[in-house]
Design a binder for this molecule. Structure first.
Ligand SMILES: Cc1ncc(COP(=O)(O)O)c(C=O)c1O
Length: 443
C-alpha cells in the first residue's frame, strides 16, 4: 500500500463523513505552484488551496516574517492587549483598498467570519435586519455563512437557518438569457431586483445587498457591470449598504487588487481572506469609517482574529505582492488561460461556456450544448484523470460541472501550459473528440 493510500485510509477512519473531499490527493510540502504528496510525487497546483495562494506556496518573505513574529509574540488577543502588527495591517489594507474619504478595518481569522461581521456591522449601522444575497452565492460554512450560501448540497440537514436572509436570482446570462440580448437581459434583471421590494420585502427593512463580483464556488459567474452599478444606485436611493465579498476574488486574482476596481464601484463594506495571508488564517472587513463606526462597543472581537503571526504573514504577503506586481501576473495568467480555454471550446462541444475575470477563469461542461443540462460526471472524471497525470484541479458550480483555475499567480509559463495541455488531452480522450486546433507543446 502506498503512503498516500494509508493516509487516506487513516483520514477516513477518524474524520467525520461530512468533511468535504475535492480530491484524494495528499500533500506534505509545497513551493511556488508545485505540491509534493506523501509518496514524493510532484503535482502542478491549479487549485491554490481554493484561491489562497496567489503569491505561491511558502514565499520566502512570508516564511521569514512568520518565523520572526513567532519568536517575538504568538498571541495576546487584540481586545486584551494592543499589538502593532494588527494596527499596521489595518493601515496597510486601508491604503490599498480605500473606501471613500475615510476607511476603517477590522481583522478576522476566516472569510466566513468576515462575512458574519460585515452583516453585524451593516445591521447596526442601518438599524435594519434584512440582507439580500444571490443564487449561486457562497459566503462560508458558519450558520449565517451557510444561510447566505446558495448550494443546498452544502447545507443538507443543517437548518434551521438564520432569519431575514433574502435570495434573488444572480444575473447569469449564460443560463438565463432566454434569447434576450445582453442589454435586454440586464434591464430585465434590474426590473426584477426592483420588483423584489414590491413582492417580498420593504426596502426600509433591508440593511445590505451582499454580492460577489465573480461568484467563486458558484462557477465563476461574473456580474454584469451595468447591473452592479444599477444595484448600487438603488441601494443608495433606499439607504441600503452594498457589501462586496472579495474573499476569493481579491489580491490580484482578477488582475486587480480588488475585483470591484474593474467596474469603478466602491462598496460601503468589503470582506477579505484567502490570499491575504498566503495560507495563514486571516481575513478582514473593510468599510467606510462612518459605517464601520456606527457599531456598539464590544459587538466586534474574538480571541484569535488578527493573531500577530497571521498579521505578520499578511503584511509580508501584501508587500511581496507589491514587489512582484501581483496584478500584472494575474492579468498575464488570465490571458493565457482564457485564450487556451476559448480555443478548447472550439474543439470540444461539451464545453458550453468559457468565462471569468483576470486569472479567475473557468469552463462549464454541459450535455447537448444545453446550458441547462450540466455534466458534473464529466467534470469529476476529468479531475480524476488530471490527478493521475500530476495536475491538481477542482470544480465549482451548483452542479459541480464547472472546471476552474485558481493556480498560484507566480506559476511559470511552462507549468501553466503543461497543466492546460493535460486538461486538453484528458478532455479530448474523455469526450472522444478529435483534436482540431494545432497546439504548441501538446502531444
Ligand atoms: C466568496 C467567498 N466568501 C466567503 C468564503 C468563506 O471563507 P472561509 O472558507 O475562509 O471561511 C469563501 C470560501 O471559499 C468564498 O469563496
Amino acid at each position: 500500500m502506498k503512503k498516500s493510500e494509508k493516509l487516506v485510509a487513516r483520514r477516513n477512519a477518524i474524520v467525520p463523513n461530512g468533511m468535504g473531499m475535492f480530491s484524494p490527493l495528499t500533500v506534505t510540502a509545497a513551493k511556488g505552484a508545485r505540491l509534493i504528496d506523501v509518496d514524493g510525487r510532484s503535482y502542478i497546483d491549479f487549485a491554490g488551496g481554493i484561491g489562497v495562494l496567489n503569491a505561491g506556496h511558502c514565499p520566502k518573505p512570508v516564511v521569514d516574517a512568520i518565523i520572526r513574529q513567532s519568536r517575538q509574540l504568538i498571541h495576546a488577543c487584540f481586545p486584551v492587549a494592543i499589538y502593532e502588527p494588527y494596527v499596521a495591517l489595518c493601515e496597510k489594507l486601508a491604503s490599498v483598498f480605500p473606501h471613500g474619504k475615510s476607511t476603517k478595518v477590522m481583522l478576522t481569522s476566516t472569510g466566513a467570519e468576515a462575512i458574519e461581521n460585515a452583516v453585524k456591522i451593516a445591521r447596526q449601522a442601518t438599524g435594519r435586519p434584512g440582507i439580500i444575497c444571490f443564487s449561486g452565492a457562497f459566503h462560508g460554512r458558519t450558520l449565517l455563512g451557510m444561510t447566505l450560501t446558495s448550494k443546498t448540497g452544502y447545507k443538507v440537514g443543517c437548518g434551521p437557518f438564520a432569519p431575514e436572509i433574502y435570495r434573488i436570482p444572480f444575473p447569469d446570462f449564460y443560463k438565463r438569457h432566454d434569447g434576450l440580448t445582453k442589454e435586454d437581459f440586464i434591464d430585465r434583471e434590474i426590473r426584477a431586483f426592483k420588483d423584489f421590494f414590491q413582492h417580498t420585502a420593504d426596502p426600509n427593512q433591508i440593511a445590505a445587498v451582499l454580492i460577489e463580483i465573480v461568484q467563486g464556488e458558484g462557477g465563476f459567474n461574473v456580474v454584469p457591470e451595468a447591473y452592479l452599478k444599477a444595484i448600487q444606485s438603488i441601494c443608495k436611493q433606499f439607504g441600503i449598504l452594498l457589501i462586496i465579498d472579495e474573499v476569493q476574488t481579491g489580491f490580484g486574482r482578477t488582475g486587480k487588487w480588488a475585483s470591484y476596481e474593474h467596474f469603478g464601484v466602491v462598496p460601503d463594506i468589503s470582506t477579505w481572506a484567502k490570499s491575504m495571508g498566503s495560507g495563514m488564517p486571516i481575513g478582514a472587513v473593510i468599510g467606510k469609517a462612518e459605517v464601520m463606526d456606527r457599531t456598539n462597543k464590544g459587538t466586534l472581537g474574538g480571541t484569535y482574529p488578527g493573531n500577530p503571526v497571521a498579521c505578520a504573514a499578511s503584511l509580508a504577503t501584501i508587500n511581496y505582492m507589491e514587489e512582484i506586481d501581483i496584478c500584472s501576473k494575474g492579468e498575464k495568467v488570465g490571458k493565457s488561460v482564457t485564450n487556451f480555454f476559448r480555443k478548447l471550446k472550439r474543439e470540444i462541444s461539451a464545453i458550453g461556456d468559457v468565462r471569468g475575470l483576470g486569472a479567475m477563469v473557468a469552463f462549464e461542461l454541459v450535455k447537448n450544448q444545453d446550458p441547462n443540462q450540466p455534466d458534473g460526471d464529466l467534470a469529476k472524471a476529468l479531475i480524476e484523470k488530471c490527478s493521475k497525470r500530476g495536475l491538481l484541479i477542482i470544480s465549482a458550480g451548483i452542479h459541480g460541472n464547472v472546471i476552474r483555475v485558481l493556480s498560484p499567480l507566480v506559476i511559470s509559463r511552462k507549468e501553466l501550459m503543461q497543466g492546460l495541455n493535460i486538461i486538453r488531452e484528458e478532455l479530448l480522450a474523455l469526450t472522444h473528440e478529435k483534436p482540431k486546433v494545432k497546439r504548441k507543446g501538446a502531444k
